[in-house]
Ligand binder design. Structure first.
Ligand code: TYM
Length: 383
């Protein structure tokens, strides 16, 4: 979707975009106090990613919460295209999803799209992406997602769970819809053209597995929204509830502009980065500061365009008062970028150290997350 000079698609996205305009163009709704109060009513407290509107827009989140409150059966769905190691941007929606899972006690279906990433990337063998799917499960385990309630579908190996649904989805979607929604062209390979049916299918899988209509909520980056627009259009005609979404803004990379992305490894913090390497990346980050310390003291910096401030706001500062203090000290020129970056570098390095020791402990039990070890694939009822 083009927004002036920037574009947001599932495969390419800026971080500092006009998010309000983006949701208007996408046709989603801003998250308002109404939905936030409804959530608080159920969860009793709010995650900072909600109160700070990191998750900022939605489709039918209110209806999902109503369904949950009236004891209708609900589930969560999110995913990952394993194209490399996990970075902090990927972790952002998963951290919130874990919080929701803990608060609501729901099953989470987690899709690993090794096929998508193979079709999308030129140079690598398919096996590389499949191995990464397993490698990335370590991050889900290290985050503490409950393996009894978290079910990972690896597309290439668990296709039997999706294919009976995909067959029906594929018949409903024309190439012209795909082209208009995802920007495919005559030179796009047919794997990519077919792929969206797989990402949509997981939204309907819980209804097939539990053999009743399941209300599904998808917490994910706003860049993934195009899939859900189509999924919602076709859901009713396939006999499934429309999946609901709650969208997060994109964590910027540590360079100028752009989301944190595997395509710019020097500006991304990977969960596998040695803590000292990550420390160095943060210390070298681009900021919203002035050219010299003198100018910064005189005119102040600009946290609104600063990826370092955004890292605090979106993930690394729990305390609202401290966040505001940081914001205004930066604006007022009393906080210099060096100090602000060093503090963040320390927090990031500490987070990685702890996360990595949990990753090591997870190595022996990734199997527990696989859907194939827990559910039978949907049954095709012959007529
Ligand atoms: P992928 O691997 O590109 O991204 C995984 C999740 O991370 C979000 N994300 C970000 N969030 C904040 N800041 C960033 N810099 C950032 N970069 C990525 C994405 O929005 C996504 O939520 N096709 C999908 C895989 C997938 C999926 C799903 C994702 C399959 N089913 C259902 C979400 C929900 C993909 O390649 O995601």
């Amino acid at each position: 979707m083009e927004l002036g000079t920037v574009s947001v698609t599932p495969w390419e996205a800026e971080a500092f975009v006009d998010y309000d305009r983006l949701i208007k163009v996408f046709g989603a709704k801003p998250l308002t106090d109404n939905e936030i109060n409804m959530l608080k009513n159920v969860t009793e407290e709010l995650h900072i990613m909600i109160s700070r509107r990191v998750f900022y827009s939605h489709r039918d989140f209110d209806k999902f919460l109503e369904a949950y409150k009236s004891s209708r059966r609900c589930a969560l769905y999110t995913g990952r295209g394993p194209s490399g190691n996990t970075h902090l941007g990927h972790m952002l929606p998963w951290i919130f999803t874990k919080w929701l899972q803990d608060k609501l006690g729901l099953d989470l279906f987690f899709q690993m799209t090794d096929d998508e990433k193979f079709w999308h990337t030129e140079e690598r063998e398919f096996e590389y992406f499949n191995s990464l799917a397993y490698e990335n499960i370590l991050d889900l385990a290290a985050l503490g997602l409950d393996h009894r309630k978290t079910h990972v579908i690896i597309d290439s190996e668990d296709i039997g769970y999706l294919y009976p649904i995909v067959i029906k989805i594929a018949k409903k979607i024309t190439f012209s819809v795909q082209r208009a929604t995802f920007g495919f062209t005559d030179s796009t390979n047919v794997g990519m053209i077919f792929y969206p049916t797989l990402q949509m299918a997981v939204a309907f899988l819980p209804s097939e597995l539990f053999r009743e209509p399941i209300e599904v909520l998808i917490p994910a980056g706003i860049d993934q929204d195009p899939y859900w627009r189509i999924a919602r259009d076709i859901a009713t005609s396939l006999g499934y509830p429309k999946p609901s979404q709650i969208h997060n803004k994109l964590l910027p990379g540590l360079g100028i502009g752009g989301k944190m992305s595997s395509s710019k490894p020097e500006t991304a913090i990977y969960t596998t980065d040695p803590p000292e390497l990550a420390y160095g990346k943060v210390v070298k980050a681009y900021t919203g500061g002035r050219a010299t310390a003198e100018e910064q003291r005189k005119f102040g910096g600009n946290p609104d365009v600063c990826p370092v401030y955004k890292m605090y706001e979106m993930m690394f500062e729990e305390n609202d008062m401290k966040l505001y203090e940081r914001y205004y000290s930066c604006r007022g020129g009393s906080l210099l970028c060096g100090e602000c970056k060093t503090e963040l570098a320390e927090r990031v390095a500490r987070f990685l150290k702890e996360h990595q020791s949990r990753r090591i402990r997870a190595v022996s039990h990734t199997e527990k997350y696989l859907i194939r070890n827990k559910f039978d694939p949907p049954i095709i009822k012959r007529t």
